[in-house]
Design a protein around this ligand. Structure first.
Ligand SMILES: O=C(O)C1=C[C@@H](OP(=O)(O)O)[C@@H](O)[C@H](O)C1
Ligand SMILES: C=C(OP(=O)(O)O)C(=O)O
Length: 447
């Protein structure tokens, strides 16, 4: 396991340039792992992210009796023996850490498969709501008991009752799109012969993640019909003939694109991220378009994205509806420290129930740099100060707090990051990749 210091200082960044490959997408990796497990036959997965969130999924699948073999010479290559939805182990205790993309989809799969399972996670996972998903699963006959508090982890799953003639369910789309993803992924395998209609109540947040789910299902041989506020999933078998290649992580790419847009030289080559590009199935590639609205110069290729600063040298604040890019939106908040004027993010209510209350955490930490930060239930505004102050920042066990706040070093200040190891959730070697692209201010007597 990789070790981290208690505090990591990112020195003032003077310039940034170069090309950086992205590790596999967390969202695609965990979907592909589960789909491979639910498939009939063997699937080879390539480019799988190796980080805490995907370890939790692989470890859980193994405890369920699924063979998940890592190629020792190439740890991003993983071969999974599918069980067609019939997990060999019918009684197990799973620890899901704080991985939403493992916890929610596995809850649905196991509740619909039925058995005797106990699911738990870290303390924060016990505070992240899952009630809407449980209501939908129970309506389909699942037996789920919440051991501490209704609607939250830890859960005990029992045998599923058969509910005759039940081919539809309702689910709220307002708290997390992962609930809908969870139902979609399991539906082909566990529905009755007539399939399942999933009706979304209320506004569906983070929709691109649901579209990503539909794409992956398709890539594993099952077509579900998308009618906007409802989905029709046939009863069908997942099967993947050829190896599946996971794209680079678009949310992780947002930090490096921001780096390219915030750090000169203006006539330099900028920063290019590879492994993810124009043809991506990840909604977070849209971050590049937001960056462009802030004045950055962006170029796209099939498998890469590049960012350079504006000709004027300085980005400007924008009003951004972030309902579709909740994760990359945190990068926009950090950019707000250095963009001229005010940066306003709306549609970020879901930040309150992620790794930490990200609205409160961002307000506290961005303020340390001297910015004026205002917040409401589902929005945040940052007005950049005349001159940034150096700061020591807390990270709240939230990988995105660490990664996005490291960018403040582009504003000519040192950033002391507490518990930098929290990046292990999705991007263990983030700081090494950052260091490989930047020139920083030399140490002085004051350091
Ligand atoms: O389905 C996914 O892979 C994800 C969906 C999003 O969550 P919400 O739907 O809860 O916003 C996102 O924040 C998370 O990091 C990954
Ligand atoms: C919200 C996130 O993670 P999770 O998949 O645990 O919801 C995230 O990665 O920003």
């Amino acid at each position: 396991m990789k070790t981290f210091p208690e505090v990591l200082t990112v020195r003032p960044i003077l310039s940034a340039a170069g090309e950086v490959p992205m590790p596999g997408s967390k969202s695609i990796s965990n979907r592909a792992l589960l789909l491979a497990a639910l498939s009939s036959g063997r699937t080879e997965l390539k480019g799988i992210l190796r980080a805490d969130d995907t370890e939790r999924m692989m470890e859980s699948l193994r405890k369920l009796g699924v063979s998940v073999e890592i190629d020792e010479g190439n740890p991003e290559s993983v071969t999974v023996e599918g069980c067609g939805g019939r997990f060999p182990v019918r009684s197990a205790e799973l620890f899901l850490g704080n991985a939403g993309t493992a916890a929610r989809p596995l809850t649905a799969a196991l509740a619909l498969a039925g058995g005797s399972y106990l699911l738990d996670g870290v303390e924060r996972m016990r505070e992240r709501p899952i009630g809407d998903l449980l209501v939908a699963l129970r309506s389909l006959g699942a037996e789920i008991e919440c051991l501490n508090r209704e609607g939250y982890f830890p859960l005990r799953i029992g045998e599923r009752r058969s509910v005759s003639g039940k081919a539809s369910c309702h689910i709220s789309g307002e708290v997390s799109s992962q609930f809908i993803t969870a139902l979609l992924l399991s539906s082909p395998v566990y529905s009755g012969p007539e399939g399942l209609e999933i009706i979304v109540d209320g506004h569906l947040i983070s929709r691109p993640y649901v579209l990503m789910t539909l794409k992956l299902m398709e890539q594993f041989g099952v077509h579900a019909e998308d009618q906007g506020d409802r989905f029709f999933v046939p009863h069908a078998e997942y099967r993947r003939g050829n190896p599946y290649l996971v794209e680079g992580d678009a949310s992780g790419a947002s930090y490096f694109l921001a780096l390219g847009a915030l750090s000169g030289p203006a006539d330099g080559p900028g920063v290019r991220v590879t492994g993810v590009g124009r043809d991506s199935i990840q909604g977070d590639v849209q971050f590049a378009a937001f960056l462009e609205r802030m004045g950055a110069r962006i170029a796209w290729g099939e498998n890469w994205i590049e960012a350079r600063p504006p000709v004027s040298g300085k980005l400007h604040g924008i009003h951004a509806d972030c309902t579709e890019i909740p994760d990359a939106a945190m990068t926009l908040a950090a950019i707000g420290l250095m963009a001229e004027g005010e940066t306003v993010l709306t549609g970020i209510g879901s930040w309150r129930v992620k790794e930490t209350d990200r609205i409160a955490a961002m307000q506290a930490e961005l303020s340390k740099f001297g910015a004026d930060v205002k917040t409401g239930d589902d929005w945040l505004s940052v007005t950049s100060p005349q001159k940034l102050l150096p700061a020591e920042v807390s990270t709240y066990k939230d990988h995105r707090m660490a990664m996005s706040l490291s960018l403040a070093a582009c504003g000519g200040v040192s950033v002391r990051i507490l518990d930098p190891g929290c990046v292990s959730k999705t991007f263990p070697d983030y700081f090494e990749r950052l260091a490989g692209l930047v020139k920083t201010a030399p140490l002085t007597d004051k350091d």
